[in-house]
Design a protein around this ligand. Structure first.
Ligand SMILES: Nc1nc2c(ncn2[C@@H]2O[C@H](COP(=O)(O)OP(=O)(O)OP(=O)(O)O)[C@@H](O)[C@H]2O)c(=O)[nH]1
Length: 340
């Protein structure tokens, strides 16, 4: 992965100074590593830096990123492990600019793709200023979470880690409290916070806690910018998200999307032609994606088009092809071609 930090600010300035505006976190037994006491101190300091969320697949990281940024930039799906690209969302605040890198789920590598994804995770952790470790409120803290915690401990001396209990809307309050206690057992956190991206519950508190860990610094991106991912990457992700809806469990890992061409239609200033290819690994998967009489692929196209038009603010014509790239997850050449 290319460095996610644009101006040479590397690990040397990692770790927030923790002197920013701090609010008490209702219901969270946070310890506050920098000795904050819940008081509010006004400050003219501007902070900027990077954060990422880690957690088991489906923990709600992408949804939380979207909620913090306030726009749909990272794809979400009910299928696990759908986030492959470290897409950044940018939170603009008067007192800070927080750039969120959405990392893929960490998992035991079985293929070359799996290994590259894990490498990407470690690289991201060592480059950011703060990590949010997400654990959903409705699932017991388990071996998967402890595995991640063990990995996180290796970087937590340099990079502060916040414990984030997500999806609190799904369970009663007592269960949220218990989950916070259980999570506290797995590692030392800079702070613990319960949130619900669905209800926007405590999302602003989380934003404050993340910002508190950032170093002082100027705005790194212009106002209004939500992500620095190239448009084509976002469009490819939107198509992949649509293609993943309601398909068999093994398919997500075998799907990749490339944008072959994106050109304004001649003589029309309101229409863009987008040509995309959906790659699968086997011809059996190809027929799943296409569906009977092409029905599924049409539905995928319709859904993706809706989101792409919203993203670009322009009408598009979406041309989708499905191709088989045999065993692309194990083939370095193909991986490169598909952008991994
Ligand atoms: N009820 C509820 N559901 C949520 C919340 N946040 C996320 N979800 C759902 O949980 C599922 C997974 O959310 P994602 O944001 O895609 O999870 P992720 O951790 O990014 O998943 P990967 O990309 O697989 O690592 C989706 O179906 C979301 O709609 C929440 O606050 N409340």
């Amino acid at each position: 992965m290319k460095s996610r930090i644009p101006d040479g600010r590397g690990s040397g300035v990692l770790g927030g100074t923790g002197r920013a505006v701090v609010r008490t976190v209702p219901g969270a037994p946070g310890r506050g590593r920098s000795g904050h006491n819940g008081s509010v101190t006004s400050s003219d300091v501007h902070r900027s830096g990077f954060a990422c969320f880690v957690g088991r697949p489906n923990a709600g990281k992408s949804t939380l990123t979207n909620r913090l940024v306030g726009s749909k930039v990272a794809i979400t799906s009910s299928k696990p492990q759908t986030t492959r690209h470290a897409i950044r969302g940018i939170v603009h605040r008067p007192d800070a600019q927080l750039i969120i890198v959405d990392t893929p789920g960490l998992h035991r590598p079985r293929t070359l793709l799996g290994k590259r994804l894990n490498d990407l995770v470690y690289e991201t952790w060592s480059e950011v200023d703060v990590v949010g470790f997400c654990v959903p409120a409705d699932q017991k803290v388990g071996p998967g979470d402890r595995f991640i915690a063990e990995q996180l401990k290796k970087v937590s001396r340099r990079t502060p880690v916040l414990g984030v209990v997500t999806k609190t809307d799904l369970v009663p309050k007592e269960q949220v409290a218990q989950q916070l206690l259980d999570l506290q057992q797995v590692m030392d956190f800079a702070d613990l916070v319960p949130v619900s991206a669905k209800d926007s519950y405590q999302v602003d508190v989380l934003s404050d806690l993340l910002v508190q860990q950032l170093p002082e610094g100027p705005q790194l991106y212009p106002d209004g910018e939500l992500t620095d991912e190239p448009e084509t990457t976002l469009i490819a992700e939107l198509i992949r998200e649509a293609a993943l809806e309601g398909v068999r469990d093994e398919l997500p890992h075998s799907l990749a999307v490339t944008i072959e061409e994106m050109i304004p239609r001649e003589d029309r200033d309101d229409l863009i032609d987008v040509h995309a290819v959906v790659y699968v690994e086997r011809s059996s998967q190809k027929s799943i994606v296409i569906g009977k009489g092409g029905e599924r692929l049409r539905a995928v196209g319709t859904q993706a088009r809706k989101h792409i038009q919203a993203l670009l603010g322009s009408k598009i014509y979406l041309d989708l092809h499905v191709k088989v790239a045999k065993d692309w997850q194990r083939d370095p050449r193909q991986l490169r071609k598909l952008g991994f």
